[in-house]
Write a protein that binds this ligand. Structure first.
Ligand SMILES: [Zn+2]
Length: 305
């Protein structure tokens, strides 16, 4: 290639980059990893600060000790799943910046489920990133209003959340893209009607892993709701069972959960883990445990009558 052509191509490449208005990607190896991160207990408080850290490849933990928030990064922009509580949201924003990423490069907000511990800070994070929130029905309506309805098993004990201005409704199984990133929704109705799990692929220099952020699967409720009452919520229990079955079959090298303690994340992340980060049976085991708990809950409901 002659020098003139090379210079022209170089200039064209530069201008192509600048039109995207995205900060330069932070190469994995240049991000300083905390050598002595805050250690988090499994029963940590929802707002207890945590040190942000790399999970694998372009997947990063930016939540608190008690509630997960996951950042997936690319040169064309980033995806953030979950916000933590309203109070913790500024910590999540600070964690993103502490890793060297810019808030305005977050192009898409997603959530696991429409409860204030996981999405109460979404309005704040939308303000600081200007990114839209994508949510499936009926979590979309809850996020737009900040208010749950009686179809949520925990309706009577669920505090309201700040309403989110920009909410785009997605399908139950939609694939969403930001630049080169692609992440797939899976409706995992059960803990809430809008419960959603997310799968994507992250790669390091040598290999790629199937990442699975599987929503809370606990069958808990206020005093009024009964999972077995199919007349009040037709098909809900069947959807819950279907979700558990689908989760058990997902490609799942690295299981992550909205409550870190639910998948021993604090034993699996960091420079000196006591349990393996990668476990291809992680999703299957997590779903099996949830299925036993659901059976126990249904048995309790029938013995209460
Ligand atoms: Zn919840």
């Amino acid at each position: 290639m002659n020098q003139h052509l090379a210079a022209l191509l170089f200039t064209a490449a530069l201008s192509a980059c600048s039109t995207q208005n995205v900060s330069a990607p932070v190469a994995t190896e240049t991000v300083p990893q905390p050598t002595d991160p805050i250690s988090c207990a499994d029963d940590a408080g929802w707002d207890d600060p945590a040190t942000p850290r790399q999970i694998f490849g372009n997947s990063w933990y930016v939540g608190t000790c008690g509630i997960s928030a996951i950042l997936i990064t690319s040169p064309q922009g980033h995806i953030l799943i979950d916000s933590g509580t309203e109070k913790a949201a500024p910590q999540v924003a600070a964690n993103i910046e502490a890793l060297g990423f810019k808030l305005q490069d977050v192009r898409l907000l997603l959530l696991s489920h429409e409860h204030h511990d996981h999405s109460g800070g979404m309005a704040y994070l939308q303000q600081v990133t200007a990114a839209p929130l994508y949510a499936r029905t009926p979590a979309d309506a809850v996020m737009r209003s900040g208010k749950a309805s009686r179809n949520d098993p925990q309706f009577l004990v669920s505090p309201a959340m700040p309403a989110v201005a920009k909410v785009t409704t997605i399908r139950d199984d939609q694939k969403v893209n930001v630049g080169s990133l692609q992440i797939q929704a899976l409706a995992t109705t059960g803990h809430t009607p809008g419960s959603t799990s997310w799968t994507w692929t992250s790669c390091d220099e040598t290999l790629c892993r199937n990442m699975a952020y599987i929503d809370s699967l606990t069958a808990i409720s206020d005093d009024q709701y009964r999972y077995s009452d199919d007349n009040s919520h037709p098909g809900y229990l069947a959807s819950f069972r279907t979700a558990l079955n689908q989760i058990s079959q997902l490609p799942c090298d690295i299981l992550l959960t909205p409550h870190p303690g639910a998948s021993a994340m604090w034993q699996r992340l960091g420079p000196d883990p006591s349990q393996p980060l990668v476990n291809p049976n992680g999703c299957r085991d997590y779903a099996a445990k949830a299925s036993l708990k659901l059976d126990k809950r249904l048995a309790e409901e029938s013995s209460a009558h």
